[in-house]
Design a protein around this ligand. Structure first.
Ligand code: UN1
Length: 496
């Protein structure tokens, strides 16, 4: 089905504008959008503040009702939106559908949360006093999202922000504005059913880097949640910090797997394949570094190579395909450059290079690559957003843990082992330094119930489950004196 038909089905008017959107599936133009002028962005920010002032007065469980309705729209349109994600971002349909499922899951989570925005009651040191912690809505939240999860990342932020009483402004990647328009249309349907949601509660801001910067710089936006490259985060965070705003960053990863001697190799191979070549290596949680114990190296690596050689590469819309295209030419060039560096740094490379060039001359399909490295060289420490798996041998557990942590990024990590001591050490304080640490599971494909994000150059933010909601609210410590005296804290005497 064509993009314009899906968009019509989802309730989006034929978008017109100067900016052409191309599908990574075949390079064809699939739509046009108009970018927001700077003045229009400023107006949207003002509108977002007005919407916030109304929305924060609505009781949180009622706010949850809006998110429940959004979840229903997503359920009803899962197939169409999932297909549009495939067309616009190039991920296989199974993963497009999975992405919409992630949106549905976070909506369910947020609905429950709308009755659980708990604060603490704290013992006061003063007689006749009560102290409590309250969580209040904070203001408009800007969401800057990347092409690789064009709609799910919005929902992790928006579903929580909305139940927390905030309005949202969404700047999607310029590579995936159509899925954003479709999602916004579904939100508007839900808002209509809800009845009295304020106008402009959720708005789209379309544009390039400058549009994101305008949001980052606006003192009217207390929280800026951004997902993308470390480079983007390093440019954006100072702009938010300059006005002492709060940023929530989910940036690059350089996720590793350790395969220990006792590992169940069949499970490890399956996990490696899904994590390293799924989404064509374009998840921030993709597996990029593989440490294999020397005792099993010669059994695991050949198995992996033969599995790689028979990977079905093709249109993500065709069933049976496991590896779709890279997002664009720049991504292909990035992959080629990294493989060149790997070779120069002593790597032995299998795979890599373009695939299906005759069939899709304007799209960038590649053969996923395995690069056997003599050690963890400079290129291995760098995140290349492409299906390159750097493989290294290890012999000693302490040494491999040190290598594991010796990269600038800290998002996701995992170990395959049946040895309880190794498993526990991996997740202990001196183990993996990542925000996500798994045992006998690959590094990608996290559930929404946990907090998602990581340390170091990954940016430190946490989105989605657990108590990530606290990032979208302001904390207030309130102390109430119900006595007839005025005792001071710390026993200070100050009598006139
Ligand atoms: C991302 O790539 O930006 O854990 C997010 C995962 C997905 C989310 C990835 N649930 O792989």
């Amino acid at each position: 089905m064509k993009a314009d038909q899906i968009l019509r089905d989802l309730g989006v008017e034929a978008a017109r504008g100067d900016y052409a959107v191309h599908s990574p599936v075949d390079g064809a133009e699939i739509g046009r959008v108009a970018f927001d002028e700077p003045a229009a962005i400023q107006q949207k920010i003002v509108n977002s503040v007005t919407a916030f002032h109304a929305w924060r007065q609505v009781p949180a469980p009622r706010r949850g009702e809006l998110v429940r309705l959004l979840g229903e729209e997503l359920r009803a349109n899962k197939e169409a939106l999932g297909r549009l994600v495939s067309l616009e971002a190039g991920k296989i349909l199974q993963e497009g559908l999975g992405e919409v499922q992630e949106m549905i899951d976070i909506c369910d989570f947020a609905v429950g949360l709308s009755r659980q925005l708990y604060g603490l009651t704290i013992a006061s040191e003063r007689p006749g006093h009560r102290m409590m912690e309250q969580w209040h809505p904070i203001g408009p939240v800007a969401i800057i999202s990347a092409f690789n999860f064009p709609v799910a990342v919005w929902s992790w932020n928006a579903a929580l922000a909305l139940v927390c009483g905030d309005s949202v402004l969404w700047k999607p990647s310029e590579k995936t504005p159509l899925t954003a328009l479709a999602t916004q249309a579904l939100f508007e349907r839900a808002a209509k059913k809800f009845g009295d949601a304020p106008e402009h509660l959720s708005q789209l801001v379309l544009g390039l880097r400058e549009a994101g910067e305008a949001l980052a710089r606006s003192p009217r936006i207390p929280v800026v949640s951004a997902t993308g490259s470390t480079r983007m985060g390093k440019a954006l965070a100072p702009a938010v910090a300059e006005r002492l705003g709060r940023s929530l960053l989910e940036l690059g990863g350089n996720n590793a797997m350790i395969v220990a001697p006792s590992a169940k190799l069949d499970l490890a191979v399956r996990a490696i394949l899904f994590s390293a070549v799924g989404t064509c290596g374009q998840r921030c949680t993709s597996l990029r570094r593989l440490f294999v114990h020397e005792s099993i190296y010669d059994s695991l690596v050949p198995q992996l190579k033969s599995a790689y050689a028979s990977l079905p590469i093709g249109s993500p819309l065709e069933s049976g395909t496991l590896v779709g295209p890279l997002i664009d030419k720049a991504a292909f060039e990035g992959m080629t450059h990294a493989l060149g560096e790997a070779r120069d740094q002593g790597g032995k490379i299998a795979g890599g290079g373009r695939a299906l060039e005759d069939k899709f001359p304007n799209a960038y399909y590649v053969k996923p690559a395995i690069a056997e490295m003599p050690e963890q060289t400079a290129i291995v420490c760098h995140e290349t957003f492409a299906p390159i798996l750097y493989v290294m041998r290890y012999s000693d557990f302490d040494a491999v843990m040190a290598k594991h942590n010796a990269v600038p990024q800290g998002l996701s990590s995992c170990i395959f082992t049946q040895n309880v001591q190794e498993a526990e050490r991996f997740v202990a304080a001196a183990g993996s330094d990542c925000g996500i640490a798994n045992v006998n599971i690959g590094p990608s494909g996290a559930e929404i119930g946990g907090a998602f994000g990581g340390e170091k150059e990954t940016g430190g933010g946490r989105e989605s489950g657990s108590d990530s909601w606290k990032a979208y609210m302001r904390r207030q410590t309130a102390t109430i004196n119900y006595s007839d005296a005025l005792p001071l804290a710390q026993g200070i005497k100050f009598t006139v």
